[in-house]
Write a protein that binds this ligand. Structure first.
Ligand SMILES: [Zn+2]
Length: 589
């Protein structure tokens, strides 16, 4: 680095002050001391702050220098000043804390957008059956008869609290589908069942269940995607524009909370009978219409689709014009570097959620596939060198997943596979050891404790025995861990809730889980940054504030390390920066 003499802010005789979020942005226009040619001029400098770098030593710095979207230097205020030139935007943090951009390892952006922007009836805060029905009735009132009503977010954890007749009372003229918050099961009214051709003769699709009464007639209950999608695929597919809008709506919500990268861990390709979603997604990402980085993990529903998907994307044939995977395949072929930036891997599911989660002690637990099919899907993706992400909530589902991973790895050993288990809420002790040994990554959610574990007897039992969301167990074994909020399945998307609950482990109604699985905030922040980056093979590019990495950073109104633990959930992002660009700013008042 060249030496600079007398280059201090005091010497600058004219400054333009801009107020950003109570921080002072100083655009320096004239009167600059000369900078030696060997020192590049920064595009952006954050200075006078507490920069929590999350590097390997957990270093704290005062300043960061950014050029061309990347971090040029991290260090002292004096160091940073050397890079200030006429075009540099200087942000005086006034002692505030900054962290790397937070990375959400598990979200579903477009569906999250549809829930939040009102396209769907949002049932997330409906606490009783009557409230659910009222919310749907309000929508029915303003829709012409015949139009579909899709409602998302039933929080109830039983399959039996509602049936088609309840929905028929709301409307017999609108087909209605109301699904639980995890999207894995739900209820249809009589008209929706009729339009979908579901009657007493309809058999249960593999890995799914169609609820029937004692007379053999459908009750409206549909458990797991293969049953649910018999109805869901009748719903009109959102237009390209609506889909793109939902994406950017969700992305804007995320950047406002300091999230700069999201893994979309259930990107729909099949079952929607249209290529619009993929097209809107790829175009929005390529044209930077959405302000965050995204990794895509298409959901694959069965062995047949697994074969088709792999054939389209990972063989040498030309993309089939009729394939559901055509858009992705074309993207991979024609824009390989863009594709590798946005490509995560394949998503499959071992079980459902709530009452269908596959715990050894849950009598209504339901595997999503036969063991043979499930193993075969894992084998297919593993053998093409791909990363696999498996939804597995219950302990038995985690065991099935590990067994499939281990079989695939035995046949075709691979060192750095980073296959992922999503959720892994309460694996057995033996499974935890196996996860550690086999290099599997756990992508989980401490924030679920807050909203979902009140009164779930199964989980309280497991907590006594071996702990739910056992973060400390995972860390002690050296298991790589990523954090994601999983909206719209989970109602809250703020990563601050995860940072808080990683330590607090308290439910909304005040039940305190054993603190033996708590981890310190510093480690939680590492999971939400470097951990999530690692889970997407991105740890060399993002996840920490280090020289050479992409300049994704967040300035906060309070410091996670020093604020009282219970206030962590309310910490606000005042400035979110992606690739050196300010994508969100907020006044602190
Ligand atoms: Zn999910």
């Amino acid at each position: 680095m060249g030496t600079i003499k007398n280059n201090s802010a005091k010497k600058i005789d004219r400054r333009e002050f801009l107020k950003i979020s109570g921080l002072t942005t100083v655009g320096i226009l004239t009167g600059l001391p000369s900078i030696e040619a060997s020192t590049p001029t920064a595009d952006l400098v954050l200075t006078n702050g507490k920069i929590i770098t999350v590097d390997s030593k957990d270093s704290i710095a005062e300043a960061v220098v950014v050029k061309h979207g990347k971090i040029l230097e991290v260090g002292s205020k004096e160091m940073a000043l050397q890079y200030v030139g006429s075009g540099t935007k200087v942000v005086d943090l006034k002692g505030k804390a900054a962290t790397p951009g937070l990375i959400d390892s598990h979200a579903h952006l477009p569906v999250f957008g549809f829930r939040e922007n009102g396209t769907w009836v949002n049932l997330q805060s409906s606490e009783s059956k009557e409230e659910i029905l009222d919310a749907i009735a309000a929508r029915a009132k303003r829709l012409p008869s015949g139009e579909w009503i899709y409602a998302w977010g039933i929080q109830d954890i039983t399959h039996s609290f509602m049936d088609r007749r309840d929905l028929d009372r709301v409307s017999r003229d609108h087909p209605i589908l109301a699904v639980n918050t995890g999207g894995q099961w739900g209820f249809a009214n009589t008209l929706a069942l009729q339009l979908s051709g579901i009657d007493s003769n309809t058999p249960d699709p593999a890995g799914a269940k169609i609820g029937k009464d004692s007379g053999g007639n459908p009750t409206g209950l549909l458990i797991h995607y293969p049953a649910l999608y018999l109805v869901r695929r009748k719903l009109p597919v959102p237009s390209y524009e609506r889909y793109a809008e939902a994406l950017s709506f969700a992305a804007d919500l995320y950047v406002a909370e300091g999230v700069t990268t999201v893994h979309d861990n259930f990107f729909f390709i099949t079952e929607m009978s249209s290529a619009n979603p993929a097209e809107a997604y790829l175009n929005s990402l390529e044209s930077n219409k959405i302000p965050i980085r995204v990794k895509l993990w298409p959901y694959i529903p069965n062995v047949r689709e697994a074969r088709l998907a792999v054939k389209e994307l990972f063989s040498n044939r030309d993309p089939d014009p009729n394939s559901d995977y055509r858009i992705l395949a074309l993207c991979k072929k024609e824009k390989p570097s863009f594709f590798s930036n946005i490509w995560g891997g394949w998503k499959i599911a071992a079980d459902g959620g709530g009452p269908s989660a596959l715990y050894y002690r849950n009598p209504s637990g339901l595997p999503m596939h036969s063991e043979n099919d499930f193993n075969e899907m894992v084998r297919i993706f593993h053998s093409t060198g791909q990363q696999i992400s498996v939804h597995a909530i219950g302990d038995k589902a985690v065991d099935l997943t590990l067994s499939a991973f281990l079989q695939a790895l035995k046949t075709e050993p691979r060192k750095d596979h980073r296959h992922r288990i999503e959720h892994a809420l309460a694996p057995t002790i033996k499974a935890r050891d196996l996860i550690a040994k086999s290099g599997v990554v756990v992508s989980t959610h401490p924030q679920w404790i807050y909203k979902w574990f009140d009164g779930v007897r199964l989980l309280q039992y497991l907590d006594g025995e071996r702990g739910v969301v056992p973060l400390k167990s995972y860390l002690d074994r050296g298991i790589p861990m990523a954090f994601g909020a999983d909206p719209p399945a989970f109602p809250l998307y703020k990563p601050q809730v995860a940072l808080w609950q990683a330590t607090a482990r308290v439910t909304e109604k005040g039940y305190r889980f054993s603190s033996s699985e708590s981890i310190p905030t510093k480690k939680a922040l590492r999971c939400q940054t470097m951990g999530s980056a690692y889970s997407g093979f991105q740890e060399k590019e993002i996840g920490s504030i280090e020289k050479g990495k992409l300049a994704d950073m967040v300035v906060w109104n309070h410091d996670f390390y020093t604020i009282p633990k219970d206030e962590i959930k309310d910490v606000k992002a005042v400035l979110t920066i992606v690739g050196g660009k300010i994508v969100h700013e907020k006044n602190e008042s």
